[in-house]
Design a protein around this ligand. Sequence first.
Ligand code: ADE
Length: 344
Amino acid sequence: MTEKQWDHEHGIVSGVCLPGDQESNILSLRPTQLSEYIGQSDVVETLKIAIEAGRLRNEPIDHVLFHGPPGLGKTTLAHIIANEMGRGIIITSGPALEKGGDLIGILTHLEEGDVLFVDEIHRIPKSVEEFLYPAMEDYAVDFVFDKGIHARTHRYRLNRFVMVGATTRVGLLSAPLRDRFGIFRNLDFYSEEHLVEIVIRSALLLDVEIDDSGAQELSKRSRGTPRIVNRLLKRVRDYAQVKADGRITQETVHSALTLEGVDEIGLTNLDRQYIKTIIDFYKGGPVGIEAIAATLQEETDTLVDVIEPYLLKIGYIVRTSSGRKVSEAGFKHLGYRFQGNIFA
Ligand code: ADE
């Protein structure tokens, strides 16, 4: 697979050819093939079928949209799709596509079957999105010359490509854009069992010894997220090397992650501050997200995209029409005791 990066300043595609993609991916711990991918079995099966069918018909697969919280494998799957099809991948993101010209430059440089990966696709400006419609549907861009009665259009044919979009906020995508994706899949949080498999595979690639209790403890503290389990594995590896005998066990995970502020169910300082803010300043809610963000001095987007999805998943907070509320489990986790129907 060839990974190409679009250079917005110079309007060129710079390509880095990775031999079988082995080197960069061993370092990044990302699987390169669907057969290596752990978890999300329905999504993997959908992709296997689409890729095999595309191969049999000798045509690119339908455009793919992945949505779900950060760190669950959207970018990894885009790379895998390109790799499995033996094609290149061009990587860009919604906010990087400021003008129509940015997108047209990329589209006209795509080779037959290339994957165009657009991260944070919900942040594409409306004016740029318009160019995507004919590109995705007819593999064409329409140029308009002159104005008014002299207006003429010229249709420029593109190579057939596969658009892979990723978003943490599928609700912000316009219906016309959403409808142009033939494959539309949600990535969900991973089970502890799958995270154990992922962390054992990663430890093998990093050549670090880990026992079952260590793998389980890391998985329990990783908020259902492969990116987090791999990041914490690296922190614990450092800790084990410096403070112990280099082996990762339940004890080393506990000590290393306590130091990192990651508690026994994987909540970070920011997660706890978020819950505590609602309790201390807003009596447990309901309270609007903007008010929480202002009190915490954090970006609303960070709270909505990064903090809230897992807290909602484990039921520590609930979203109501009048705002966010902390649940009984959320109160208890932070050590507040229930007195009558009031927590203190
Ligand atoms: N590394 C990160 N995510 C992974 C996954 N889903 N399967 C295998 N290895 C991974």
